[in-house]
Design a protein around this ligand. Sequence first.
Ligand code: SAH
Length: 348
Amino acid sequence: MINLYGQEISKLEELLISRGQKKYRATQLYIWMYEKLAKNFDDMSDVSKSFREELKRDFCLTLPKIYRKQVSQDGTIKLLLELEDGNKIETAMLPYSYGRAICVTSQVGCNMACAFCASGLLKKNRNLSAEEMVGQVMVMNELLTEQGEKITHVVVMGTGEPFDNYDNVMDFVRIINHPKALAIGARHITISTCGLIDGIKKYAHEGLQTNLAISLHAPNDELRNKLMPVNKVYPLKKLFEAIEYYESFANRRVTFEYILLKGVNDTLEHAEQLAKLINNASTYIVNLIPYNPVDENSFQRSDDKRVHEFYSYLKKKHINVTIRKEFGNDIDAACGQLRAKEYGKTNN
Ligand code: SAH
């Protein structure tokens, strides 16, 4: 069975042509799936009966199932979704003033082993398929319809390393960006990587106007090696070469994410090192992230005063810096927390 939600338009066109169908059928199916929200093939009234029978035989429109749902007082929705093989993944909706953002998971578990992150508590089990990523948006949209809203922004910042699942993530991006599918603007789509440089270089040539975020979290190799093992393979020098390469081809601005961890990476000396490090990058934004504490490690969030001192220092150095708005503090908001808890429970 081929899940239609995973079909990027040019691949679907090819597939249909190889089955003796006309190319335009692909767009026709997209309209039924994404605009008219058809749940089964019999609803597709302008599709010939024989083609519908073929679709029913070989294709499906399966979406992940909601296994658990948490809604925060601020409107944040966090879902634990069950996939067809029983694996469970997290996805979250953040209600910004400018729109509704979804934080999409790209892998079941993660192998990057960042010291501060709850996602890495469970190693990678497998990559998500494009349809499982599209499915996260579809399921969240279904919930939002009740409020007259829909997803307007997508960040691939849930569990997993998107560039460790490169091709499926690119299919996903092209599907949600397609005007006859979810039509989410490229500039409203962001992929976040811990710094897999082959992926960064490849992404430079995708011809997409989507955004790239780099999880930096430390301003020198010694500290970054400790926090993010990926740095031992791709140290800062190589990472910045890849970023410059990306900027020169994609002509897009890169965002650096920097979680502030109390007493670990948040001193003014770190701010100074950070300012020097990114001084070379031609265009950039630094997004300072208040840490979401995770039970399984001892990292703590920096005090508000320290966050503001760090912020002010960078501002003084003319760095384009923001502090990430926080959502869902009353629910398990940190990436991977809900899932880790669920599996912790089931394993007991
Ligand atoms: N693997 C990718 C995307 C998933 S993580 C990456 O590393 O970018 C998405 C972002 O959330 C990363 O910047 C990550 O470092 C950050 N993050 C992980 N755990 C966090 C926590 N407990 N609190 C705040 N941010 C966290």
